[in-house]
Design a binder for this molecule. Structure first.
Ligand code: KG4
Ligand code: ZN
Length: 332
């Protein structure tokens, strides 16, 4: 079954064609550079960019897949969570396409899309697994009983992990969004240079990142500029270590306590090199298996939406044409 996937929940306009939820024929991702100058995503600007680019991005995805309109059998689009204006652009495009072509339309939860990126890329992954979803908007530890059956073990109480990366990257003058740049800078730094606080809260699998962000801001304020300048990589590495340490500790604990063999990480922060490295090291020791998507499938993309849409369609059938975008759509 050839699925057309559409993702416009934030600042990426993406259209993909995926076969049977497993084989990517095309996955075109256009990141809106315009927000860099504002230091964050401006919702109305994002909506207008999606409106301008959705058709060309769609045409490119069709051309790269080497298919025609009549080949598409299912259309999947993100309905939430995300920014309402951007969501409406993709959703309307998807509904219009499905209606005029007479093919089913299926709405997709963006978070389910992120976790489906691993199912798409790793046929070997057990349908029962533990996933750590870490993106710019979400930090969640979820037991996946099977696709669509979720037990949410914990989430962040304040900032998401990616948000913490972006805020600290800004403090280090790395621009926005700075997660990937901070990762790169930290590769030349000493993670033990300064010990930033770890918010290891007593109650199980909850996360918190606002305290860490404040600790970095205070540290930078009271350290003299010359020292900061000569130790930027060390500070980046020390901050990153504090984030990754807690994510890994709680994930390994959950996999052990719940006796789950396969573990995945997904979302933009799953691209982080230190998170991948430390998670692999600790899970190897606990005799668990780690899976993560290729870098392009960690950050927002339509291939993961097409895959999730395909599995959703198998499970619950098509969606209604009357449904609306839901900015705070929960995973459960
Ligand atoms: O999944 P995503 O594209 O968007 C959301 O659904 O939020 O995630 C984007 C987030 C941003 O905060 C970005 O800075 C972060 O993922 N990110 C990274 C890396 N690559 C992207 N954070 C740390 N290390 C990276 N290599
Ligand atoms: Zn995302």
């Amino acid at each position: 079954m050839l699925t057309l996937g559409i993702e416009t929940s934030c600042d990426e306009t993406s259209v993909a064609v995926v076969e049977d939820g497993r084989r990517i024929l095309s996955n075109v991702i256009l990141s809106q550079a315009i927000h860099t100058k504002f230091g964050g995503v401006v919702p109305e600007v994002a909506s207008r960019e999606h409106i301008k680019t959705i058709v060309p991005v769609f045409q490119q995805a069709m051309a790269e897949a080497g298919i025609t309109l009549t080949d598409i059998e299912l259309v999947a689009a993100t309905m939430g969570p995300g920014l309402v204006g951007p969501l409406l652009v993709g959703l309307s495009f998807a509904k219009g396409f499905a209606f005029t072509r007479g093919v089913p339309f299926v709405p997709v939860n963006h978070i389910e899309g992120h976790l489906a990126a691993n199912i798409l890329e790793h046929p070997d992954l057990d349908s029962h697994h533990l996933t750590l979803i870490v993106s710019g908007g979400h930090t969640m530890l979820v037991e996946v009983k099977e696709f669509g059956e979720y037990d949410i073990l914990g989430r962040t109480r304040d900032d998401a992990a990616g948000e913490a990366f972006d805020k600290v990257a800004k403090l280090l003058d790395l621009g926005y969004p700075g997660g990937a740049r901070l990762d790169k800078l930290a590769q030349n730094g000493d993670p033990t240079y300064h010990r930033f606080p770890r918010a290891v809260m007593k109650e199980g699998y909850q996360f918190s990142y606002s305290g860490l962000k404040t600790a970095v801001a205070l540290y930078l304020k009271r350290t003299d500029p010359a020292t900061v300048e000569s130790h930027r990589a060390d500070i980046a590495a020390s901050f990153q270590e504090a984030v990754v340490d807690v994510l890994v500790r709680k994930t390994v604990l959950a996999a052990t306590e719940r006796r789950i063999r396969d573990v995945t990480i997904s979302g933009g922060v799953a691209a982080n090199s230190r998170l991948r490295e430390l998670m692999k090291e600790k899970l190897d020791r606990a005799r668990k298996r780690l899976f993560y998507p290729s870098t392009a499938l960690c950050t927002d993309n339509a291939a993961m939406i097409a895959a999730a849409g395909y599995y959703r369609y198998q499970k619950t059938g098509p969606g209604e044409f009357v449904l609306d975008a839901v900015p705070y759509l929960p995973l459960e």
